[in-house]
Design a protein around this ligand. Structure first.
Ligand SMILES: NC(=O)c1ccc[n+]([C@@H]2O[C@H](COP(=O)([O-])OP(=O)(O)OC[C@H]3O[C@@H](n4cnc5c(N)ncnc54)[C@H](O)[C@@H]3O)[C@@H](O)[C@H]2O)c1
Length: 411
């Protein structure tokens, strides 16, 4: 159910259409499943995007201002990945182009990796593995422990932290967590009041916070010194959260029993022998190339989640989950003759609702919702008992308002 053309009656899609984007040039997959190693160069993308209403990209395709200017028909972008830095989000929203991604599809993958790392660190498995590959047999049990009965301290109890809470309790661990928000603990986990309290009382500390000003170097020399002698640190969140020189010092001095680090302040842009870090060679230190979320299951969930978001936006106007757009949804659309859904993206300035109310004043508006985000706002209204002429009239008058960015009529 979609219309993006100036003549609303030209692009009909049934509301209960199958879950695939419809219409001319519905989706151009701009790069491949390997994360976009063969992403289209800007000029080629500009050529390909001209007649496209909906595009799916991965992380390497750059949707710049220039690309967006060439994409006269573009309505929505699906980033089949976690991040959206590759898109000029603000300019896209100014042009009424909604952008979707899949931020939480790999939470389980990260939680499972961290659970494995807790066991690996506790048994010094990284070091034993390295020794064996060099032909060095070292059968030791000193300072190797079961994780049962140990305390896991989780910093950031969001999608990943809370998954891990459940998994680690099932392995017999005690869970404490610290989060800026008061949160309902899962299982018998307990929220503590301060980071220091968590650091002092945990055998393992694992970080699951976003990258913000507050989390930059959140774990530095003071925090590492506050951690228990022989305890372990795991970072699979963002590289900037840990002060790497301080961590290397704590590992080399033996104050920490080990660490697992999946994310780094500076990460190589491509696969190859480009990795350098003060952590290389530290004892009982597992280093992985930002693979916490890299599983086949996570890739598959990204595909499902983003394509569903695209279909919902095109067919129903739903912008829930958009990263650059006001999030608006209405009850299921009526599959009735003579009913339409107006989707109006407009500049967020005073007086717009009055204009729209005037245009719709003589019609039967079943439901209406609007929201704003920064400079743009988005209104959805379902209108029943309208004739074809009235639909044309509503479309014309709404799309000619001075604040119009994009007007679509779905029916
Ligand atoms: N290694 C990987 O491959 C990988 C994959 C996915 C996500 N991540 C990263 O993992 C981190 C967590 O992801 P998520 O999906 O669980 O995020 P989330 O948004 O669901 O949870 C983050 C939690 O951190 C809390 N928080 C924010 N600031 C805090 C602070 N200063 N102190 C304490 N708590 C704070 C929030 O309240 C929230 O509960 C993110 O940094 C994300 O980028 C890494």
């Amino acid at each position: 159910m979609s219309s993006v053309s100036p003549t609303p009656s030209t692009a009909r899609v049934k509301p209960n259409a199958p879950a695939t984007p419809q219409g001319p040039n519905p989706a151009a997959a701009a790069n491949s499943s390997n994360g976009g190693a063969d992403a289209l160069p800007e000029e080629e993308l500009i050529e390909k995007i001209r007649d496209v209403h909906c595009i799916g990209i991965r992380s390497k395709s750059k949707v710049t201002k220039k690309v967006l200017d060439a994409a006269g028909k573009l309505s929505v972008i699906g980033c089949f990945c976690i991040g959206t830095n590759q898109v000029d989000l603000e300019y896209a929203s100014q042009k009424g182009v909604a952008v979707f991604n899949s931020p939480f599809s790999n939470s389980r993958s990260v939680a499972e990796l961290v659970l494995a790392e807790i066991v690996l660190l506790s048994r010094q498995l990284g070091d034993r593995n390295n020794e064996m590959h060099k032909g060095d047999w070292q059968k030791v049990s000193a300072n190797c422990y079961e994780i049962r009965g140990k305390t896991l301290g989780i910093v950031g109890y969001g999608h990943i932290g809370s998954q891990l809470s459940v998994l680690s309790e099932s392995m017999g661990m005690r869970v404490l967590f610290y989060d800026v928000a008061p949160l309902m603990p899962l299982g018998i986990a307990k929220q503590v009041h301060s980071l220091d309290e968590l650091l002092k009382n945990s055998d393992f500390i694992t970080l699951h916070v976003p990258e913000t000003e507050d989390t930059k170097n959140m774990i530095g020399e003071h925090e590492l010194n506050t951690m228990k002698q022989g305890s372990f640190l795991i970072n699979a969140s963002r590289g900037t959260v840990v002060h790497i020189p301080a961590l290397a010092k704590a590992l080399r001095s033996g104050h920490l029993g080990g660490a697992a680090v999946d994310v780094f302040p500076k990460e190589p842009a491509a696969n190859g022998k480009y990795f350098e870090s003060e952590l290389v060679g530290c004892p009982n230190t597992l280093l992985t190339p930002h693979i916490g979320g890299s599983t086949e299951e996570a890739q598959s969930m990204i595909g499902v989640e983003v394509s569903q978001a695209l279909v919902k936006f095109i067919n129903y106007g739903t912008s829930i989950g958009a990263v650059n757009f006001p999030e608006v949804d209405l009850r299921a659309i009526k599959d009735e003759e003579n009913s339409i859904r107006l989707c109006y993206t407009h500049s967020n300035v005073p007086g717009v609702l009055r204009q729209i109310t005037n245009i719709l004043a003589d019609h039967n508006v079943d439901k209406q919702f609007s929201d704003s985000k920064g400079k743009i706002a988005y209104l959805m209204a379902d209108i029943s008992d309208v004739t074809s002429e009235q639909i044309q009239d509503i479309y014309k008058r709404v799309s000619e308002t001075p604040t119009n960015i994009v007007t679509r009529i779905l029916y």
